[in-house]
Design a protein around this ligand. Structure first.
Ligand code: GRF
Length: 203
């Protein structure tokens, strides 16, 4: 049965595009990206959805000023699409516990650091400023805690001498794309339990 995945994004949407291309080339198994929600009207992710023939909709502060209305509108849209899985891909709004609970264990995020190190905004910048010799990205299930949910998959890259946030992110982005695709493929294909904030794969 085809798995129905929706994506929430705020920015350029390179991770969205990677997931959409992986779905259409069969890398995610029988899965389809059913739609994109952006909370910034002119997010570049919308162009990437349009060029791929994927429905995209703006839901944000202009249309829904309160958090309650904003999240209710997103849930209603996701339900209209028959969404089973929600992927956050550079989505900058924090989702409240009631939203997270609605999609529990079916909502996924990619973060630009090796969590639990450097949660929150600017994970790559934080790693650089901390002087670590390697960093990476983490795909995790979303829980109430900020970037604190069960880790599905991580990938590492070295921090090179002379790296700036821009050069680090440039090397990290393709790694994020591969890691997000691999993590989502696993989540869609393999049954799992979550025990003590850890994923226990059942097969
Ligand atoms: C990525 O670096 C991701 O780790 C973070 O936001 C960024 C989104 O980039 N959560 P893009 O819009 O997918 O290109």
């Amino acid at each position: 049965m085809e798995r129905r995945v929706a994506v929430l994004a705020s920015g350029t949407g390179s991770n969205f595009a990677a997931l959409a291309d992986a779905a259409s080339s069969g890398q995610l198994g029988p899965a389809r990206i059913v739609g994109l929600v952006v909370d910034r009207e002119h997010a570049g992710a919308r162009d990437k959805a349009a060029s791929r023939g994927i429905e995209h909709v703006y839901i944000g502060k202009k249309t829904h000023p309160t958090a309650e209305a904003f999240e209710a509108a997103i849930t209603a849209q996701l339900e209209r699409w028959g969404t089973e899985w929600v992927c956050l891909a550079g989505f900058l709004r924090i989702l409240r516990p009631s939203f997270v609970a609605r999609w529990r264990d079916r909502i996924v995020n990619v973060h630009p650091s090796l969590l639990p190190a450097f949660p929150g905004l600017h994970g790559a910048r934080q790693a650089l400023e901390a002087g670590v010799s390697e960093t990476g990205c983490t795909v995790h299930l979303v829980t109430e805690g900020l970037d604190a949910g069960p880790i599905v998959r991580q990938a590492r890259i070295p921090v090179l001498p002379g790296d700036t946030e821009a050069t680090l992110l440039e090397r990290l982005h393709p790694v994020e794309h591969r890691t997000y695709v691999a993590a989502l493929r696993d989540l869609l294909a393999r049954p799992f339990d979550v025990v003590d904030n850890e994923i226990i794969w059942k097969s």
